[in-house]
Design a protein around this ligand. Structure first.
Ligand code: FAD
Length: 475
């Protein structure tokens, strides 16, 4: 590889005494376990309510009674999961810290799949059950439900909206849609849940079978609604007003990037860390409601919030036209990829494109000795590199080892490398650049497929899974 940009490590004697942040215990498995326990426990409560309503006898009776009783159980379990679906995406800080954004997204997908599958089972079984009972064909029965039963027209509209959300979230469809369109459709999911509620109260005897059942469902609705109002609206608004964030300066960053510097009151009270991200809304005119996530690109301890973005579409191009003084609404900080994840020893940062921004912030904030940290940066062309000045400063003042790898993607061995290094295997290159692989924390940031390829080579190079810390720039 081109060795010039990588500095030789200075002698050990030169290393200054330092504090390595003590890594908080990895609590993610505990959070995941807690979530599974809570979801199953509440599902059992729902089944208990169903049994208390005499549904077990109906289930065993056979024929239409069995179909109806099973259909009601599916509906109740689906409604219960829908609450968790909404709660997971309410951006509750405790959940964001506990599960991490990728963990939440994964769980949201699994819970969403089951909730929707149970919803379909509920609809199918109820139509069949009632059709058998009334001696109608299922289509006639379905029409009768919609036309004659209270709340069913709204519930049908709600189901249609939820169907839209599910269909547009299937990977293939998701790729074809603009993010804005997909996001807007996704928000209709809230409306879908809301529209389904009246039919539960008006036709679902299981909701009112006992005071305990009624209390449970009202409590779930209340908590879910309050959580969304507090964390998706109230908290971002009060935080934005309290800190009064405004744009201070906008500067070009590389050939196709821009950096935005922002200030405000008591930035330290945000307790943001290098490596975290906010969802930003710049009040610069129509379209400001569309929030975009950007990571902090510099250590926020200096009282300034800096982001660095690659100009890829309308949202990022707007950044280049921002004027100093523009007000900014913030949601966050989010994300768990911070220096706290470090376990000690060497640091290897690997970023692609804009993914270098949070890595620079972590490096600026972190404690490491000269020669102890290495930064590998992938870009399509050297002129595209973001944060070049900040990186040069880290090389000059703190002894960062910098290995830029510009160029088009190699098509042969490791797909995350450029063609100039196509003769290398990714794992050999990692071991060459950062030989202490067993005692190295690796921070990784870039597009998901690129990160997957790097991750595979890191594991081959001997880096243990719990030392790989990453953030994907994707939702
Ligand atoms: C946690 C996180 C941190 C990020 N940090 C940075 C960063 O520091 N610097 C940087 O340049 N980019 C970052 N991104 C990516 C950045 O959010 C998108 O590039 C940007 O929103 C694109 O908007 P656009 O309208 O310019 O582009 P579009 O052409 O609309 O979209 C380009 C790509 O960005 C995705 N995207 C668009 N809008 C959003 C949105 N509101 N939320 C999530 N994804 C969206 C689209 O799905 C598409 O894949 C980050 C993304 C995430 C999820």
């Amino acid at each position: 590889m081109t060795a010039a940009p990588v500095l030789a490590a200075p002698p050990a004697a030169e290393r200054r005494a330092r504090r390595i942040p003590r890594r908080a215990a990895n609590t993610r498995p505990l959070w995941n376990l807690a979530a599974i326990v809570v979801i199953w426990a509440t599902s059992l409560v729902v089944v208990a309510v169903w049994v208390a309503g005499g549904e077990l006898q109906s289930l065993l009776a056979g024929g239409a009674d069995s179909l109806n009783s099973l259909g009601r159980a599916a509906g109740l379990a689906s409604a219960n999961l829908l609450f968790f679906q909404v709660l997971l995406m309410a951006r509750v800080p405790l959940f964001e810290r506990g599960f991490g954004r990728d963990g939440i997204t994964r769980m949201h997908r699994i819970v969403g799949f089951w909730s929707f599958a149970l919803l379909l089972a509920h609809i199918g079984l109820q139509i069949l059950g009632y059709a058998v009972q009334a001696g109608l064909n299922p289509l006639e029965q379905a029409w009768q439900f919609v036309a004659d039963y209270p709340g069913m027209l709204l519930a049908t509209a709600g189901t249609g909206l939820l169907l839209l959300v599910v269909v547009t979230s299937v990977r293939k469809a998701r790729k074809r849609l603009r993010y804005e369109s997909w996001h807007l459709l996704h928000l209709y999911g809230y409306l879908g849940v809301g529209l389904a509620i009246p039919h539960m109260l008006w036709t679902g005897a299981d909701f009112t079978v006992s005071p305990a059942a009624t209390a449970y469902w009202w409590a779930m609705w209340g908590v879910t609604l309050a959580t969304v109002i507090v964390f998706r609206l109230g908290m971002p608004l009060t935080r934005s007003l309290r800190h009064g964030i405004r744009v201070r300066a906008v500067e070009p960053d590389g050939r196709s990037g821009v950096s935005v510097r922002m200030t405000g009151r008591r930035i330290d009270a945000l307790k943001a860390r290098g490596g975290q991200f906010f969802v930003w809304r710049f009040l610069d005119g129509p379209g400001w409601t569309r929030g975009h996530p950007f990571s902090l690109a510099a250590d926020p301890a200096d009282g300034e919030l800096v982001i660095s973005a690659r100009l890829v579409g309308d949202g990022t191009r707007r950044l280049a036209a921002l004027r100093p003084g523009t007000r900014v609404l913030i949601e966050g900080p989010y994300g768990t990829m911070t220096a706290d994840e470090r376990r000690g020893g060497h640091l290897l940062m690997i970023g692609a494109g804009a993914g270098v921004a949070p890595l620079v912030a972590i490096l600026e904030e972190g404690d490491w000795a000269p020669g102890e940290a290495t930064l590998i940066v992938r870009d399509h062309a050297a002129a595209d590199a973001l944060r070049s000045e900040a990186i040069a400063r880290l090389v000059r003042e703190r002894g960062l080892r910098h290995a830029p790898l510009p160029g088009p993607r190699a098509l042969t061995t490791s797909s995350w490398l450029p063609t100039s290094h196509a003769q290398w295997s990714g794992s050999d290159l990692i071991r060459y650049v950062s030989p202490h692989t067993a005692a190295t924390d690796v921070f990784l940031c870039g597009p998901q497929p690129w990160m997957d390829a790097v991750r595979t080579d890191l594991r081959r190079a001997g880096v243990s899974a719990d030392r790989i810390h990453l953030e994907a720039f994707a939702v």
